[in-house]
Ligand binder design. Sequence first.
Ligand code: ATR
Length: 273
Amino acid sequence: MDQYRVYGNPIKQSRSPFIHTAFAKSTEQQLCYQSEFVPLDTFAQTIKQFVIAGGKGANITVPFKEQALALCDQLSERAQLAGAVNTLSINNGQIFGDNTDGLGLVKDLLQNQVGIKGVNILFLGAGGAAKGVILPLLEQQPNSIIIANRTVSKAQDLCRQFNSDKLSACGFEQIANKHYDVIINATSASLSGNVPPIAEQLIHSDTVCYDMVYGQGLTPFLEWAKQSGSEKLIDGLGMLVGQAAESFNLWRGVMPETEQVLQSLRASLENNN
Ligand code: ATR
């Protein structure tokens, strides 16, 4: 049977085997998808062995996405721009590296009836998670994307990578007080119980607030956004399922339905499983 893996460290928390096994079932594809813990210093060796053993594809998660890029024989443009790879496709011993995180985000926004064309986006964060999604967002032709980051120089560097007049950079304190249709939190602040220090006045009832991380209940950023008046709150669980669907499609040539899987994951999260 065709073999797929998700490699990371840690990996126990990964929902990818559940998601891909469900996709395989719903699309009647025969495949085996498992998670594998990789010691920090053996990533390259692990991938080489998987290729030799005839593995067909893999997802790569923290902290190996940048290392994965260096192992690929060929890269998609979005993986190159992201500087990170989350999906490997293996054909005749050759590794093709792609990054489906941004497509996962775009897909999830659209699934939540959030149009991106012509809108003003305030984008918080300029780390690895941010890098992966800027190009797919730009491709949806927003009116503007302002990247705000704690370390301003990182936001400026990120802007420079994309030759686009739609993009600009600033620190959290310099965010212009205008109407943003969508605010996306790509910082890791929620993971440590923090919220990026942006002004409450930026939030209106119709401001879509999106946190790229997820957890049980609202993330700290979404809780803050709710208290600040936003009525449209979305966490990153849909993005996780969306990026998995894009990887699955790359490997198998079939785009799986995501709604059922998302509902099961949500239920399992709320039950603390
Ligand atoms: P990754 O690459 O895994 O996304 P990262 O490169 O450490 O992680 O980036 C994390 C992002 O979250 C960065 O934008 C970081 O801001 P800095 O570039 O200034 O470090 C942001 N971040 C992390 N904790 C934060 C906090 N408490 N408040 C605001 N931003 C935070």
